[in-house]
Design a protein around this ligand. Structure first.
Ligand code: NAP
Length: 321
């Protein structure tokens, strides 16, 4: 496994980050524990969760994924300091007006709830899940600065931020001497590019902000199990994947990944991960897995090194400029 610096920081994270959105939704606690243990065996030191995972699942009030990570950590088979543990705040965690958002109030309460569920006393990377238009950035950044100074959080990042807001946040941190965002978690894959590449990519490269894309397999579409004229695979996400990606452009991307993967003896999923990791702005790709075999397949994408010509050929197939 390759370990890369998170942007300008000295923190080293594995090129594959294990996402945990599936935990407590499509993977139960026992399977989730196995998946985390196997990821560590295979060299991952980077785990991504969020307070809201997975509130959309029936009977799930949120916090379930963090609690599953916490019960795994409590087993003690992995040393806490060997992991880079990332979580997020912003989503609705209860019925009250201050149970969501990025106010000082919700951040100071929310971090304690996350630490309790995670059964640890610090978070390596605390991320804002998406923007909160009702809270001034100064208020949010000051609360995060206090958390870093108190030792509860070590680095901060954001997710789903547009470039102008990330640039404004970096500017406020700079002029006010506050902790700054050292990572961005954007939606990014071979079939979802312009949102990140247009303005966020040059900004992150210029400012040394580490990039940790989510959904690098487009929710499973870039694995080859969604094909023209075949039945949908058995997946809770199949309908969403069909509506979003099952079109001529999407299938052309899958075909090209398959063709280029053959030269590396790599699967479609591994080649899709290799393409994300070939982007010089990217630190780690955040993958999701519902089984040990999915994890073992996808994670090997970190070992596949595309040539410049192969990267260009894939860039060309979903060119958007
Ligand atoms: N910041 C945000 O707003 C945000 C949003 C989404 C996700 N995330 C983070 O990013 C992580 C990954 O997101 P994602 O789940 O969308 O990533 P993804 O890697 O694009 O998709 C993962 C899904 O693809 C399928 N899959 C994975 N490997 C496979 C393989 N080798 N063969 C066949 N199918 C395979 C599985 O779904 P099936 O078994 O159902 O087919 C798996 O759940 C999440 O866990 C979360 O931590 C963040």
């Amino acid at each position: 496994m390759e370990y890369r610096r998170l942007g300008r920081t000295g923190l080293k994270a594995s090129a594959i980050c294990l996402g945990t959105m599936q935990f407590g939704w499509t993977a139960d606690e026992a399977l989730s524990h196995q998946i985390m243990s196997e990821s560590v065996t295979l060299g991952c030191n980077f785990l991504d969760t969020a307070d809201v995972y997975s509130r959309w699942a029936d009977g799930n009030d949120g916090g379930v994924s963090e609690s599953i990570v916490g019960s795994w950590l409590a087993r003690g088979s992995v040393k806490r300091q060997d992991l880079v543990l990332a979580t997020k705040i912003r989503g609705e965690m209860g019925p009250g007006p201050n149970d969501q958002g990025l106010s000082r109030q919700h951040i100071l309460n929310g971090v304690e709830d996350s630490l309790r569920r995670l059964q640890c006393d610090y978070i390596d990377l605390y991320q804002l899940h998406w923007p909160d238009e009702e809270t001034p950035l100064d208020e949010t950044l000051t609360a995060l600065d206090d958390l870093v100074r108190a030792g509860k959080v070590r680095y901060i990042g954001c997710s789903n931020y547009p470039a102008w807001l990330l640039a404004k946040s970096l500017w406020i941190s700079d002029v006010r001497g506050l902790v700054r965002f050292d990572s961005l978690q954007p939606h990014y894959s071979l079939v979802h590019r312009s949102e990140f590449e247009r303005e966020l990519q040059p900004l992150c490269l210029d400012q040394g902000v580490g990039v940790i894309p989510y959904s690098p397999l487009a929710g499973g579409f870039l694995t080859g199990k969604y094909r023209r004229d075949t039945v949908l695979p058995d997946s809770a996400r199949a309908e969403g994947v069909r509506n979003r990606y099952m079109n001529d452009a999407g299938f052309a991307a899958v075909d090209k990944l398959e063709e280029i993967g053959l030269g590396h003896n790599a699967t479609i999923a591994q080649t899709a991960i290799a393409w994300v990791l070939a982007n010089p702005a990217v630190t780690s790709a955040i993958i999701g897995a519902n089984s040990i075999s999915q994890l073992q397949d996808t994670i090997k994408g970190a070992d596949v090194k595309l040539t410049g010509a192969e990267k260009e050929a894939l860039d060309e197939i979903t060119a958007w400029k």
